[in-house]
Write a protein that binds this ligand. Structure first.
Ligand code: ZN
Ligand code: FE
Length: 241
């Protein structure tokens, strides 16, 4: 049986994701950007939250852990670094599997934005929750890791099947598209950027994306190697657009 993903905006530009394993009715929240918003969405759906799956320690990802656990008794799963701001029930790292009912999430090491950042991949449903590692037309800033580490992390994500639906933690796509258009680019990127701007005009999300779409148009992935990736990342950090 598949999962259902309920996506909703949180804070200024985060997304909240509630994931329900349809076989058992077990529900996880991917990160906890805003406990009140997440609890309200769960209540609206009539879902209880059994599990918190954190991608990294930043407050817009783990800041609501305590309040959601207090309200729901949820089990908190995440990388060890989350203990910098909140207790963890189960620390996990790359290569491990987390079960939500009958749904298996493979943990992928995606360090770079933070050293311990992880992603969750449900291969059976073709879904990946990638936190602040890979964005639509972008990638996370290197707050803690090196460009080499981030490039290796992105390479683990691009190794997933092209049709994998990628749930990024932020709606940064229009600004990423403006940066991508400032670089040398092809018609595929121009067409995608126009679609992104139009979607945002209509107030529609540009998340999820797919691995295939990102491989074809994301300038950070098109860099091709760690050294050129580092140059694109530095250019984006300096970009005023
Ligand atoms: Zn972050
Ligand atoms: Fe974030």
């Amino acid at each position: 049986m598949p999962i259902t993903v309920h996506q909703f905006p949180c804070l200024s530009d985060n997304y909240g994701f509630l994931v329900r394993d349809e076989a058992t009715g077990q529900v996880a929240t991917i990160d906890t950007p805003d406990a009140d918003a997440i609890l309200a969405e769960a209540a609206k759906l009539g879902w209880r939250i059994d599990m918190i799956l954190n991608t990294h320690w930043h407050p817009d990802h783990a800041g609501g852990n305590a309040a959601i656990k207090a309200a729901m008794g949820a089990t908190i799963v995440g990388p060890n670094e989350v203990t910098r701001i909140a207790p963890l029930d189960r620390p996990v790292g790359g290569g491990e599997t987390v079960m939500l009912g009958e749904t298996a999430f493979q943990v992928i090491d995606t360090g770079g934005h933070t050293l311990g950042h992880i992603a969750y991949h449900d291969a059976a449903d073709g879904v990946a929750f990638v936190g602040d590692t890979l964005f639509a037309l972008g990638c996370g800033r290197l707050f803690e890791g090196t460009a080499e580490q981030m490039w290796d992390s992105l390479s683990r994500l691009t190794a997933l099947p092209d049709e994998t639906r990628v749930y990024c933690a932020h709606e940064y796509t229009a600004s990423n598209a403006r940066f991508a258009l400032s670089l040398e680019h092809d018609d595929a990127l121009t067409a995608r950027a126009e679609a992104v701007f139009a979607a945002r005009e209509r107030g529609e999300p540009t998340v999820p994306t797919t691995i295939g779409v990102e491989k074809a148009t994301n300038p950070f992935l098109l860099a091709g190697d760690a050294e050129r990736f580092a140059a694109v990342r530095a250019a984006k950090d300096a970009f005023k657009g």
